[in-house]
Design a protein around this ligand. Sequence first.
Ligand SMILES: [Zn+2]
Length: 225
Amino acid sequence: MESERGFVEFELSEGGFSSGEEEVLAPGVLLVPLLTPAACQEVLAQIEERRRALAVRRPPSSMHDHGVMLGRIGLDGLVDQLRGRLAPLLEAHFPLQGGPEIDHHHSYLVEYGRELDEDLGFHVDDSEVTLNLCLGEEFSGAELVLLGARCDLHRQTEVADSEVIEIEHQPGQAVLHAGRQRHRVDPILRGTRRNLIAWLRSSGYREREEGPGPSCRPWCGLHRG
Ligand SMILES: [Zn+2]
């Protein structure tokens, strides 16, 4: 099948997936061994080839100077494949954040390096659940630091020490976290880190969340039920 830009659809074969077990670091924060090193290389090669052929130079968002939107290079289908693979985890671990009813996504490649993006400040994602998959390559630094889940009302409140989770990315390993999990990326010290980011979204969840104004949610770190 061809995508709208004339590229053959790219899908990973079964052998590209890792068979390891997920690890739950905190409620709504999971480490998932997802791809083999060879599959990571294959995905990076696809991205490079398509990006070069299409001469896509525009960065994926205002938060990044480097990287590329995967939809622009015909790779949304790959993200759909990953999302299908992760569906049981989305259902089991994100029942309150729309995880069981994800139906679309906004996905891009980010690139950290001394000549690329060097870090990223405190923010939340416009997603119900974020898939953050490290594809490579050699690097040190650029850790992902999670700073606690918050509803819109409590976003700017203090971070408790117990909420801080620092994750060193490993190629092939994915992090799944709620979009409203506050986070930042520490400065890269050496090498280049390329990650596939998918903001997984649910139309149904978004519709139900629309209301007169923000109120606290059960998954918020400051929720008092
Ligand atoms: Zn709250």
